[in-house]
Design a binder for this molecule. Structure first.
Ligand code: SAH
Ligand code: SF4
Ligand code: F3S
Length: 469
């Protein structure tokens, strides 16, 4: 039993991070024969990719996936802590699973991901959800085979959560969702400690993967026919800082571009670490796509300071203008409304900045207090209704600009990576280089290929088009 501790989670050790290869006890490889697992994933791309590793491990243990929870022998929840609603969804799910477990006593239930790193969550599971078999955190994903194997022998709840990051584990088994586009981690953890955010506590200190390991992974993806990679990190712009004196994200992007993978994206960029060199590299390489997700969070300098974001609206605008000067670039953002003490004037500063930037699109959120974060201790007098109104108003503005930027594309032809059938009947779907969703008519031969699509119609969240030869 190992339970999380925030003191330790906050610590940033200067010890070298070790890199080791994934290993699994050979006895586990038949454990899942004739057994099915159901995996539910919440949260960001990082968690989605962790789930691809989880599936990889379960496949290696001979389990089969089921999409029907009632049919499963093992249920795993890969959870997210970022806002209260992600939390509530996972606990709601545990409630449903409890009923299943009453009917099926040998059902095995595991919980992992960011919520497992929260002290309050683990306490609640120990008190109220004792039917759970095991809990493990983001720092010991590779312990899954062992924990699962043990829970077949002993049904008592086992919590194995480490508060401090461990080694970087290379060559984890992976079962990717897509055959055409892939996530590749480049940096784990976050050292920014924005005052509202729980991630630095749930994901540990910033640790870059060695460039050779990243490039090897991308080369294998090219060999397997992948068309696109997204390089992942909570703050990809910090890549290399903990590892090299003279090698940063821009250099990594150049090396990845040289593998000739047709499309490269990277997520997420913190405005504070965005280098001139990176701007040049985006400009100069065709396969580094013209798309930047650049979260601003707020347009008010007072709030940015309280958030600990380390930039001002002026310096953000300066960076934004430089990026906008790259032809056909698309820029998106994240914005939080209702940070503790946000006044009408602060909020108007945010609207004003959105009017200036005219983002291609944005994710917008109402501030959600997170356990143990500095912002959760600030006084917050703004009523929820007021916050909801601000969110509504902000979304109207964001949608207006999304639609405007989409309308500009009508009549033109763009390269789209076709991913499969659209939810719209008889249509295919894919994304442009600038990450715009397109539903289009065309033959199924297009699936998995980069095709030319003429845009015929634009909405706020998607485009309609047809393949042209
Ligand atoms: N590392 C990324 C984003 C991580 S979380 C970055 O720094 O940009 C994704 C988004 O969730 C954040 O950009 C922020 O807008 C939002 N978010 C994070 N913590 C939040 C909180 N406590 N309440 C509401 N939104 C939050
Ligand atoms: Fe959270 Fe800030 Fe780190 Fe992003 S940069 S993960 S918002 S602490
Ligand atoms: Fe959520 Fe953890 Fe990602 S808190 S957003 S799953 S890093």
């Amino acid at each position: 039993m190992q339970i999380p501790n925030y003191e330790k989670a906050r610590r940033r050790s200067h010890e070298e991070v070790l890199v080791r290869d994934f290993e699994m006890n050979a006895n586990y490889s038949k454990l899942g024969l004739n057994k099915k697992y159901y995996l539910k994933t919440y949260g960001c791309q990082m968690n989605e990719h962790d789930s691809e590793n989880i599936k990889g491990m379960l496949d290696k243990m001979s389990f089969k996936e089921t999409l029907d929870m009632k049919d499963a022998d093992v249920i795993l929840l890969n959870t997210c802590s970022i806002r209260e609603n992600a939390h509530n969804k996972a606990f709601g799910m545990l409630g449903r699973i409890k009923h299943l477990k009453n009917e099926k006593k040998d059902l095995i239930v595991g919980l992992c991901g960011c919520m497992a790193q929260e002290v309050g969550v683990v306490e609640e599971i120990l008190k109220k959800y004792k039917f759970v078999n095991f809990v493990f955190g983001t720092h010991n994903l590779d312990d899954l085979p062992k924990l699962l194997a043990n829970s077949f022998k002993d049904s008592k709840l086992n919590v194995e959560v480490y508060s401090m990051e461990g080694d970087i584990v290379e060559n984890m088994p992976v079962t990717r969702v897509s055959k055409y586009k892939a996530y590749v981690n480049i940096i784990y953890g976050c050292d920014k400690f924005c005052t509202y955010c729980i991630v630095p506590y749930t994901r540990g200190k910033q640790r870059s993967r060695h460039k050779e390991d990243i490039i090897k992974e991308v080369k294998e993806l090219v060999r397997d026919g992948y068309q696109e990679v997204t390089l992942l990190g909570q703050n990809v712009n910090a890549y290399g800082k903990d590892l090299y004196d003279d090698y940063e994200l821009a250099d990594l992007l150049v090396d990845v571009a040289k593998t000739n993978i047709p499309r490269i994206r990277f997520l997420t960029s913190h405005p504070w670490d965005f280098s001139e060199k990176l701007i040049e590299v985006i400009k100069n390489y065709d396969n580094i796509l013209n798309f930047v997700h650049l979260p601003v969070q707020s347009g008010s300098n007072r709030i940015l300071k309280l958030m600990g974001r380390r930039y001002t609206r002026e310096s953000y605008k300066e960076l934004y203008d430089k990026l906008r000067s790259i032809p056909n670039i698309s820029i998106t953002t994240d914005i939080i409304v209702g940070f503790p003490g946000e006044t009408e004037e602060d909020f108007n500063d945010t609207l004003d900045l959105v009017n200036y930037c005219k983002y291609d699109s944005a994710f917008t959120f109402i501030y959600s207090p997170r356990e143990n974060t500095p912002a959760s201790r600030l006084e917050d007098k703004v009523p929820l209704e007021e916050k909801e109104q601000r969110l509504y108003k902000l979304n109207e503005l964001i949608n207006k600009y999304s639609k405007e930027s989409n309308l500009k594309m009508v009549g033109n032809t763009y390269l789209v990576l076709c991913e499969g059938y659209s939810t719209k009947e008889g249509m295919l779907f894919g994304y442009t280089e600038t990450n715009k969703l397109v539903n289009f008519k065309g033959s199924i031969d297009a699936i998995g290929k980069i095709v030319k699509v003429k845009i015929l119609d634009a909405k706020s969240f998607s485009l309609d088009g047809e393949i042209v030869e």
